[in-house]
Design a protein around this ligand. Structure first.
Ligand code: NAD
Length: 266
């Protein structure tokens, strides 16, 4: 039986990308597409909005979980907290792509999700999650000798910096090297005149135009340089990964699952 998926964020870029991916997947069915309360989209046809075939399905204002196998949420922290509470009450697994939670919001989210199977990731693309593994190997083999720099570029609308993915890459490297990212991360070099500190991890950020998401990690040593680069060219990369996670969660017992679990990399 096709996986019955509810998607939130009908007016959002990611919500729409996920809904399109669900509609295009023969093994899944879009059974609900939810806009924020008061949105002009509420009550309109999904087919008209997406130009993809979802016969008879109207955009809704509230998330009704009857007949839903899994929920996919890429919205805003406040909205995701609400979705997680509804999922917890109904016992429905949830895939969460929203980023930018405060510490307090994260604690509240974790409490809501404790009884559910869920997958939360700062980046659902297959390539980025594979890059985490490559970075672990690179850090183990050459991290001790290398100057490590992480550069990321995103579209001009993105408000958090560096990206959650850049920080996750730094975390993977710090873990592999047995250090604390907080201690070794350098986000600003303009305030002091000093040579690069050995063992530090430098972060730099570009915001321009419609860049979907690019990350490069450089391991620079005397005589050579290794660069691991990932470029997302469309949001489909994240949507496809989130849908893969949704399929993965279907038969899973309650617990927190990572994209490494979903991709068989753990
Ligand atoms: P966006 O601003 O285009 O969309 C967010 C949408 O959420 C808005 O349209 C808003 O109307 C909607 N929303 C707010 N409250 C709602 C509610 N109660 N019910 C339903 N919808 C509601 O942003 P986006 O580019 O789609 O990104 C959404 C989130 O996903 C961000 O946090 C972004 O950082 C994150 N993101 C994660 C990944 C990943 O792979 N994990 C990839 C891309 C984006």
């Amino acid at each position: 039986m096709a996986l019955r998926v509810a998607v939130t964020g009908a007016s959002g870029r990611m919500g729409q990308a996920v809904a399109r991916a669900v509609i295009a997947d023969d093994a899944a069915e879009l059974v609900a597409f939810v806009a924020r309360p008061g949105s002009a989209l509420v009550g309109t046809e999904v087919t008209a909005l997406l130009g993809a075939d979802a016969p008879g399905l109207l955009i809704s204002e509230t998330l009704v979980l009857e007949g839903v196998d899994v929920v996919v949420d890429f919205t805003l922290p406040e909205s995701t907290l609400h979705t997680a509470k509804l999922c917890a009450t109904a016992g429905i697994p949830v895939v969460i792509g929203t980023t930018g939670f405060s510490g307090e919001e994260l604690s509240s989210l974790e409490r809501s999700l404790s009884s559910l199977a869920f997958c939360r990731a700062a980046n659902f693309s297959t390539g980025v999650n594979l890059a985490y593994r490559l970075l672990t190997i690179a850090a183990e083999v050459m991290g001790g000798d290398a100057d490590i720099e992480i550069h990321e570029a995103h579209h001009k609308h993105k408000i958090d910096a560096p990206s959650g993915t850049a920080l996750a890459m730094g975390q993977v490297i710090a873990d592999a090297m047995g250090t604390s990212l907080d201690e070794v991360a350098r986000h600003d070099r303009s305030s002091q005149r000093a040579a690069r500190e050995p063992g530090s991890i430098g972060f730099s950020v570009t915001r321009a135009g419609d860049i979907v998401g690019e990350h490069t990690v450089m391991f620079g040593t005397e005589g050579e340089r290794l660069e691991v680069t990932h470029k997302a060219s469309s949001r489909h990369a994240f949507a496809a990964g989130a849908l893969r996670a949704a399929h993965f969660l279907r038969d899973k017992p309650a617990g927190s699952y990572s994209m490494a679990d979903v991709l068989g990399l753990s």
